[in-house]
Design a protein. Structure first.
Lengths: 323, 635
């Protein structure tokens, strides 16, 4: 089958997946409550106010009508209005998305890269002192709660060293397009970034290490060595490259969850971003906001999957020929 | 001949007199009653300058005041707007209103406002703006404060300084519930918005330029999820605030807020801090704690419509089975007081309505056992649990909110003591479920009991929403025709003495009938720094992030009247101090209008830590590169 046919099929199945996810979420979230419920315990809110708000946000319609409206809006590229924020869902998300992307894309990329490099090294030297150190460190860091790790980092870098801020992404008073702003931004950026990278590296290094160890037992590695190839070539061309295959799915999919990826980082560092938005939308039953976020999330998961598939085809000739 | 005219004269005099007296009664019927509202407290700045940085526990989601409902949204908008009247330590004080008169039938309020107030953009604040704000809140039912304004028929600006508010029906709590929370919005900005968008204003997010008020601070920056920054309004009509800048940063993690406070990044924190942190805060000589009382009544809600909770004697037995001492002293670590059985808090705004003669319920399991025996709840099959009068197994649920560990523990304490009732316990199951789910069950009347915290309103008419059988937030589904009648009277009665009598009577009935078991009012702690700022205003019922502190706090290191550094500041400082001196304590005095050259806002210098951070960043990057290079070489 041609590449275009392959792509077309992928895109079709992806859109069906997205549609299914969005529909499920639409109805599931409506089973669990009502965004205006909390207001009912507020003595200042009158029943008329609640009724008007329900009407303004379309909650007085039947589910089916709401659903049709939602789908119609989706095709127009609109996401409706957030109840909690009293403004368009799109605006709410777009305000926070740059922070999340700027924090997570580099953090994931660098941690993936370092995890890969480190994993190959320690996989190659399994049982050595370095391996044991990295392995135990990895187990330790994976077992510690993430927010605790973040608070420890905060304590070391911001309190003990006093070198970094405790909260926020920019200091009040710095205007946007300036060198000063950039420095201030990076100053706030460093610690959350470091926590994400450290956690990422030590989580994923194990996948790579195990994959490398598997590959080392393969016949073609023995053959390469028997051919008398230098160990460096065996490592880079035979082991490292093949070890990448099983790992790339796991690591590639990390990008898909960017939008809800950094809830704890955002909470501990009071850093703006979309992670807390997802959490809040669920807690507050902010239907339209949650639907908007889920739409983006499902699209990015499907896209990331697609890219991983394509990368696979690029890296592994067997996938290409067996199609 | 002489007699007749005299008789005629007498008759005439009688007629004239009676007509006149009739007129007099008519006039007196229309006479206006001046509401007694105190003058606000005043304070003189010792210094000017400094940036007050404050941490707040959550973030505002919208800066559109018409829909702003969360306490954070209201707080963040407080410094930029004025109100007609405002609460200070439980009493109403004047602000923009110079006087408020009420017609004797309670149908018309006449509000005189201070003249000479200007919005940040230079437009004068007039009666038009006040009338506009009231009319919008009354006309648009999606507005957050619609509920407290819905008894208004219309508001009219009679002249520049006088507003008349016509009521549809008498609302005795109008000034306290509605006017004390109403920010005066500029008509020239919002009227076009309402004309253009109509109901769409409910979903409108104003830009910084549209966030214009007449308050002591001007909003200069807002970063969603991060902070709001303000600068002092140098021309503020009550005299400029002492500080130059105000920043509210949104810090959700209390532990991080405490670290920031210890480091000196913020001066105080408005958000939830557990009492267990008090010793640590107090061990720092630069930190202090302000303890304040929250008026939320945390109660054990009972579904008064479900058997056996519809029996008031049974509810009384439950009230005797609560170990109040354990909840307040052990669980809340002493930071709380027992809830009044009449539900009206004994402090703050509510103190004047509180009935001090009520008998509080005490932890008395024998009494609970007596009542249960009397009602026929006995342990028939000797399994240690009481059965229902018909001999069937009896148990019920308690739903505490899953997000509040204190209430979850309180529910467990209650369940424990119920199990210990002599002669057989009552079986209560604590169900910790996700709150939104539990809440919908409670609203639907599908569960037996729950633990809820509810806020009372400023005026005593709040009893209507909670305890009237038609009350919109009567979750206990309490229904008593006598209480309904008393509450109806309470809402329409204008005489404060009579209202007090009614309020006391209602509280007596509530205490006797126990619609719900009032458990506690919490005390919270607000930590603050002592070293940089002075003159903290500490209110009984609020933390330190409030209107009065925005105005009164001054920096210990600010610029005093004499010491002047830059020439630009010379003009400003002296001019402002003169203004302050000329302002007499009465708010009627028009503040001297002095044009003050805008001080160029200087960008804050690079913090010392930032240089360190840069070096650290470079070192980290270099280390990473070095590791990579070494790896590559080895490979």
């Amino acid at each position: 089958m041609s590449t275009i046919g392959f792509l077309a099929r992928k895109i079709l199945s992806s859109s069906i997946t997205i549609f299914a996810i969005v529909t499920t979420v639409f109805f599931l979230v409506r089973l669990t409550g009502d965004p205006f419920a909390e207001l009912e315990n507020d003595p200042r809110i009158s029943p008329e106010t609640l009724a008007t708000l329900r009407r303004l946000y379309g909650m007085d319609r039947s589910w089916f009508e709401q659903y049709m409206f939602y789908i119609y809006n989706m095709f127009r590229g609109e996401m409706g209005y957030s109840v909690k924020y009293s403004r368009p869902v799109f605006d709410v998300i777009i305000e926070r998305l740059p922070y999340t992307i700027a924090l997570l894309v580099p953090a994931i990329t660098i941690s993936n890269y370092l995890a890969y490099k480190l994993g190959v090294e320690i996989g190659y030297r399994r049982g050595s002192r370095v391996d044991i150190v990295v392995l135990s460190l990895s187990n330790f860091l994976r077992a510690t709660p993430y927010f605790w790790l973040a608070i420890v980092f905060l304590y070391i870098f911001s309190i003990q060293l006093g070198a970094f801020p405790l909260y926020g992404a920019i200091s009040p008073g710095t205007s946007f397009p300036s060198i000063e702003w950039l420095i201030d931004y990076l100053w706030h950026y460093t610690v959350p970034f470091l926590v994400l990278v450290v956690r990422g590296v030590f989580t994923f290094v194990l996948y790579v290490r195990n994959s490398v160890i598997d590959i080392l037992g393969e016949d073609y590695v023995s053959v390469a060595r028997a051919k008398g190839l230098p160990e460096g070539v065996v490592k880079s061309s035979y082991v490292a490259r093949n070890a990448m295959l099983p790992v790339i799915t796991v690591m590639g999919l990390r990008y898909a969850f960017i939008i809800d990826g950094a809830v704890l980082t955002e909470t501990v560092f009071s850093y703006p971003g979309t992670g807390r938005l997802v959490f809040e939308a669920i807690v507050n039953r902010d239907f339209w906001l949650l639907q908007g976020v889920v739409l983006i999330l499902s699209i990015s998961v499907v896209l990331a999957n697609l890219i991983v598939d394509l990368l696979y085809a690029l890296l592994d000739p067997r996938v290409r020929s067996s199609r | 001949m002489v007699k007749q005219p005299t008789l005629f004269g007498i008759c005439l005099a009688i007629i004239v007199l009676s007509v006149a007296s009739g007129f007099a009664t008519l006039v007196s019927a229309q006479q206006e009653i001046r509401l007694s509202i105190q003058d606000p407290p005043r304070s003189q700045c010792k210094t000017y300058g400094g940036a007050l940085k404050i941490g707040i526990g959550s973030k505002p989601n919208t800066l559109n005041w018409f829909v702003a409902g969360s306490s954070w949204e209201i707080l963040v908008l407080t410094p930029i707007y004025n109100r007609l009247v405002r609460f200070f330590n439980g009493t109403l004080v004047k602000e923009v209103a110079e006087s408020i008169d009420m017609s004797s039938d309670g149908k018309i309020y006449t509000i005189r406002i201070v003249s000479g107030i200007k919005f940040h953009d230079g437009y004068p604040l007039t009666a038009e703006d006040v009338a506009f704000t009231i009319n919008m809140l009354r006309n648009y039912s999606w507005a957050y404060y619609y509920g407290v304004f819905r008894n208004v028929d219309r508001a009219e600006a009679v002249d520049q300084r006088t507003v008349k508010v016509y009521m549809k029906m008498v609302d005795a709590g109008f000034v306290e519930n509605a006017l004390s929370v109403m920010n005066i919005m500029p008509k020239h900005i919002w009227e076009p918005k309402f004309r253009e968008l109509g109901d769409g204003v409910a979903k409108y997010s104003p830009s910084l330029k549209e966030l214009v008020g007449s308050g002591p601070f001007i909003i200069v920056d807002y970063q969603p999820d991060q902070y709001v920054a303000y600068k002092a309004n140098e021309n503020y009509w009550q005299g400029r605030p002492c500080i130059d800048q105000l920043v509210m940063s949104f810090i959700g993690e209390a532990s991080v807020a405490l670290l920031s406070l210890e480091k000196g990044d913020i001066q105080t924190y408005s958000g939830f801090i557990g009492p267990e942190t008090a010793p640590r805060i107090l061990s720092n000589p630069n930190l202090a704690i302000h303890v304040y009382q929250s008026d939320f009544y945390y109660h054990w809600g009972l579904n008064n419509r479900k058997w056996p909770f519809n029996i008031s004697l049974f509810r009384k037995a439950l009230a005797y089975a609560v170990d109040y001492n354990a909840i307040i002293n052990t669980l809340l670590m002493g930071y709380g007081i027992q809830g009044s059985p009449g539900f009206v808090p004994p402090f703050g705004v509510h103190a004047k309505w509180y009935n001090p003669n009520l008998k509080y319920y005490t932890y008395n399991l024998t009494k609970a056992a007596e009542i249960l025996d009397q009602l026929g709840f006995r342990d028939v099959d000797k399994d240690g649990w009481r059965e229902a009068p018909d001999g069937s197994k009896f148990k019920f649920e308690i739903y505490p909110p899953n997000y509040d560990i204190i209430r979850v523990r309180a529910a467990e304490i209650i369940a424990d003591s119920l199990a210990k009732i002599p002669g057989g316990g009552l079986k209560a199951e604590v169900r910790v479920v996700e709150w939104a789910t539990a809440w919908s069950l409670i609203r639907g009347g599908q569960v037996d009991t729950w633990l809820l915290g509810s806020g009372p309103g400023f005026d005593i008419s709040w009893l209507q929403t909670r305890f009237h059988s038609k009350g919109s937030a009567n979750w206990n589904r309490y229904s008593n025709p006598e209480v309904d009648k008393l509450i109806d009277q309470l809402v329409s009665e204008l005489d404060p003495e009579k209202r007090k009598e009614l309020a006391w009577r209602i509280q007596e009935i509530l205490a006797d009938e126990v619609p719900a078991v009032n458990l506690y009012y919490r005390k919270f702690i607000a930590p603050y720094r002592l070293d940089v700022f002075d003159n903290w205003v500490r209110l009984v019922d609020d933390d330190l992030v409030n209107w009065w502190n925005f105005l009164f706090i001054y920096s210990k290191t600010g610029r005093p009247a004499q010491v002047i550094k830059t020439p630009a500041a010379t003009v400003t400082a002296t001019a402002v101090i003169e203004t302050v001196k000329t302002v007499t304590p009465t708010p009627t005095q028009q503040p001297a209008t002095i044009t003050i050259p805008q001080v160029q806002q200087t960008q804050p210098a690079l913090p010392n830590g930032m240089i360190l951070a840069l070096i650290a960043a470079i070192v980290i990057v270099a280390a990473v590169v070095a590791v990579l290079v070494i790896m590559r070489r080895k490979g």
